[in-house]
Structure formats: structure tokens, C-alpha cells
Write a protein that binds this ligand. Structure first.
Ligand code: G
Ligand code: G
Ligand code: MN
Ligand code: NA
Length: 251
């Protein structure tokens, strides 16, 4: 494929960059983290959305070197933010299943000097579809380093309730389909958000409501007890410079 050919060269041609989307505390509305989101400005294809090239990268295993680069850049960038602000990094199943995954995390932390507690890895339930025990062990290793692990897009895939018992996830990210459904009055979505929040609380995990685009959605998920909010209402994915400037101007 054309896209695959170009993607193979994207790293060496320096065509990838990271955007950062704020995650805010639901009550104080202060930024508590940024999610790193990779972007590709291709010489051959122009801007290619991650929805398009991440699946290609996963199929071709190019996600392994790309993911290592993302981890390093994200950790490095986070050292420019206040100490209370974390960075969230998405990790694909293909990356997590690499035998040296934990080593690449150690390497990124060591090179950047970032405190491990400030790194939260995001995985989806799909990691448990393959060799679930290997996935569990890889996550246990990064947790032992002091990193946090979030369960992303929760509720949209294969539901891994058994793994909630075996692994101490720090955060459950409630998929935007439920958040937006609940705000539109879907009683099923409301029930699911309520149940996920209650379950997370009793497991001592935090919840992040994803895809919050309006004030109404923000106040709904706050009232429902979500701990953190992410979405266009509080900030779109932005450049590293714009993310930094959130902490330097005003006052
Ligand atoms: O940024 P956007 O919402 O368009 O991202 C689309 C998808 O690509 C999301 O599912 C997101 O998790 C994924 N994605 C974005 N950046 C990364 C990354 O650095 N690594 C991996 N594995 N997935 C990413
Ligand atoms: O799968 P994951 O949750 O990692 O995907 C993150 C993606 O969600 C990013 O591509 C980001 O651009 C997108 N996103 C973030 N906030 C919103 C939002 O408020 N609305 C919509 N539609 N997409 C969002
Ligand atoms: Mn994510
Ligand atoms: Na998500």
C-alpha cells in the first residue's frame, strides 16, 4: 500500500508530531493531564488522520517504532509542565505485547527525567483479546515502575470485567458514545455511565468522561460523579507550544 510505504519513512523524515488534549478536574476545571495524540503531516499524502494511519501502523507493526517515539516525545514534553500535570499516552496491543515494552517505558522515563507517577498509559479492552496473561504481565511491570494505567474507550469493546479484579487500573475512561448518549437523554447510556462510575468508585479507580463538547454535557457528567473531563468543550488537541502556554500566560 502507498500509505504503508510513506509511513515507513515518516519517522526518519520527521513527519510525525504530537498534539496534546487537556483533561480537567471535573470540579475545579483545572488541567490535571494532557493526552498525547499523534499527527502525521505526510509529504506524499498531506495530513493523514490517526483514525486512518494508526490501523495501518498496527497491521504492519510500524506502531512499535512509532509508539516508542511517541512515548519518548510525550515524556519529554511533560517535563515542561507543572509537576502536578500528567501525560497520557495511548499504547496499542501490538506495542504492549512486545517483550521489551516495559524497557521502552523505562528508557523514555530515564531519558526525559520524568517522574513515573506522571505517566499514565492508555490501553483499550482489546489488549485482552489476544494473550491476556502477557498483556496483564506487561501492565503489571509498568505499574511496578510507578506508572498509572487507564482503560480507554471503556464499554465499547470486549468487556474485561475480570481484569478489573486482577489489575489496578488508575482510571476508567468512559467512551464518548455513552457521554453523548446520556446527554441526549438515552436512558440506556445514562444507566451505563451511572453503573461505570459506581463500579469505578468501589474499585477505587477514577473516571474520565470523554468527548464532552458542551456545557450541558460537562455539568451532567460532573453531577453523575465523573472525576475528570476531556473533550472539545475544555480544549481540542493542541500543539505542544499551545499546551505549554496554558501555564505561562495570564495570572
Ligand atoms: O486524535 P484522534 O481522536 O483523531 O485519534 C484517533 C485514534 O487514534 C484514537 O483512537 C486514539 O486513541 C488513536 N491514537 C492517537 N494517538 C495515538 C498514539 O500515539 N498511539 C496509539 N497507539 N494510538 C493513538
Ligand atoms: O480513542 P481515544 O479516546 O484515545 O481517542 C481520542 C480521540 O478523541 C482523539 O482523536 C480526539 O481528537 C477525539 N476527541 C477528543 N475530544 C473529543 C470531543 O469532544 N468530541 C469528539 N467528537 N472527539 C473528541
Ligand atoms: Mn485515549
Ligand atoms: Na477513548
Amino acid at each position: 500500500r502507498q500509505l504503508e510505504f510513506s509511513l515507513r519513512k515518516a519517522l526518519e523524515k520527521d513527519e510525525l508530531l504530537l498534539n496534546f488534549q487537556p483533561v480537567v478536574d471535573a470540579n475545579s476545571e483545572q488541567v490535571v493531564s494532557f493526552e498525547a495524540l499523534v499527527r502525521w503531516q505526510s509529504e506524499d499524502h498531506g495530513f493523514v488522520s490517526p483514525g486512518k494511519f494508526i490501523p495501518v501502523a498496527e497491521d504492519t507493526r510500524l506502531i512499535v517504532p512509532i509508539g516508542t517515539w511517541v512515548m519518548q516525545q510525550a515524556c519529554l514534553e511533560a517535563t515542561a509542565w507543572p509537576r502536578g500535570v500528567k501525560v497520557n499516552v495511548n499504547v496499542s496491543p501490538e506495542q504492549l505485547m512486545e517483550p521489551d515494552f516495559a524497557d521502552t517505558v523505562v528508557d523514555a522515563l530515564t531519558r526525559s527525567g520524568l517522574d513515573p507517577q506522571r505517566l499514565e498509559i492508555e490501553v483499550t479492552e482489546s489488549i485482552f483479546l489476544g494473550d491476556a496473561e502477557i498483556a496483564r504481565q506487561a501492565l503489571a511491570k509498568v505499574m511496578a515502575l510507578g506508572c498509572q494505567v487507564a482503560l480507554d474507550d471503556f464499554g465499547t469493546g470486549y468487556s474485561s470485567l475480570g481484569y478489573l479484579r486482577k489489575l489496578k487500573f488508575s482510571t476508567i475512561k468512559v467512551d464518548r458514545s455513552f457521554v453523548q448518549g446520556a446527554a441526549q437523554g438515552s436512558s440506556e447510556s445514562l444507566a451505563i455511565v451511572r453503573a461505570v462510575v459506581a463500579m469505578a468508585k468501589s474499585l477505587e479507580m477514577k473516571t474520565t468522561a470523554e468527548g464532552v463538547e458542551t456545557e450541558d454535557e460537562a455539568s451532567l457528567v460532573r453531577r453523575m460523579g465523573c472525576d475528570r473531563i476531556q473533550g472539545f468543550y475544555f480544549g481540542r488537541p493542541m500543539s505542544s507550544a499551545d499546551a505549554r502556554s496554558l501555564f505561562s500566560d495570564d495570572f
